[in-house]
Design a protein around this ligand. Structure first.
Ligand code: CP
Ligand code: NVA
Length: 314
């Protein structure tokens, strides 16, 4: 496996390895401080980022390398140089490329035309590195045995909902995604992908439109912003109205298990997708989850550059 372009690129064994290494990097951040010595990692983002950018730059530094951050408007791509040519050029300099942008197909094209590992740092369709941080956090709370546990996402059927489904399927989990349906439902292709993986891993996938049924007896209640980067502002009022019943309130949390946790990839909008009492309450693990963005990206860079991930066999 050369690249992490989509969550579905990872096999269960790859995720196990990455989570174990991330757990080590959480305790010993400088365990592999020469892994990227004298090397650079290019981080190219055409959308804003707080966590993914800082976690990536820090991860590279902890591995002994130098991050090169490039804003969307700074490359010659804006003046018509092709993605393929850009991929070839960056491959001549850097050890890896982390890319955050809109179209998944642009990330795929970078992967095809690069000789170095390309990592998806978020697209409109997927957010694979976030899910690694989420699952290392889940393991810290519940351990490796997740049988009988239900992992629920409520809200917009966006990139996070897709990644939640796919990673849950890879982990053999009982995953639930509840959205208002229709235009806010997860994409057909993401659902089919998750179902296809689930048929190999014995995961259970549920796609619902009832937030209370989704929250009932869940061990994890996860949500994300209702307006994602790139969503048309003109649709805001209608979208927020449709999503209002999916807000994670103390009442929704009451339906979950006694030991449940609240998760959010952040940034959050208190009073929209989550009530302040929930996100700032004792069941919330958001800070640990955000902390693990660094440990997991560090683990991913470490193993990808060494060619130690096998890729999926679904
Ligand atoms: N969770 C996440 O990807 O955060 P940023 O958009 O700040 O990178
Ligand atoms: N769905 C959000 C996730 C941010 C980390 C977005 O794409 O903006």
């Amino acid at each position: 496996m050369k690249d992490l372009l989509r969550t579905s690129d990872l096999s269960t064994a790859d995720v196990e390895l990455l989570l174990d290494t991330a757990a080590e990097f959480a305790i010993k951040p400088f365990l592999a401080k020469t892994a990227l010595a004298n090397r650079t990692v290019a981080i190219y983002m055409t959308k804003p980022s707080t966590r993914t950018r800082l976690a990536s730059e820090t991860a590279v530094a902890h591995l002994g390398g130098t991050p090169i951050f490039i804003r969307g408007d700074e490359l010659q791509i804006g003046r018509g140089e092709t993605i393929a040519d850009t991929a070839r050029i960056i491959s001549g300099y850097a050890a890896a490329l982390i890319i955050r942008t809109f179209k998944q197909s642009d990330v795929d094209e970078l992967g095809i035309n690069s000789t170095i590992p390309v990592i998806n740092g978020l697209t409109d369709e997927d957010h694979p590195t976030q899910l690694l941080a989420d699952w290392v956090t889940i393991r810290e709370v519940f351990g490796k045995n997740i049988s009988g546990r239900k992992f629920t996402y409520v809200g917009d059927g966006n990139n996070m909902a897709h990644a939640w489904l796919t990673m849950g399927a890879i982990m053999g989990a009982h995953v639930v995604v509840a959205t208002p349906g229709g235009r806010y439902a997860p994409s057909e292709s993401a659902i089919n992908q998750a179902l296809s993986i689930a048929s190999k891993t014995n995961a259970k996938i549920e796609i619902l439109t009832d937030p209370e049924a989704a929250a009932k007896d869940a061990s994890v209640l996860y949500t994300d912003v209702w307006m994602s980067m790139g969503d048309p502002e003109i649709e805001r009022a209608e979208k927020l109205k449709a999503l209002a019943p999916f807000s994670v309130t103390p009442r929704l949390m009451e339906l979950t298990t006694k030991d449940s946790i609240f998760m959010h990839c952040l940034p959050a909008h208190r009073g929209e997708e989550v009530a302040p009492e929930v996100i700032d309450g004792e069941r919330s693990v958001i800070w640990r989850e955000a902390f693990h963005r660094r440990t997991t990206i560090q683990a991913l860079l470490y193993h990808l550059v060494r060619g130690e991930l096998s890729g999926n066999t679904y």
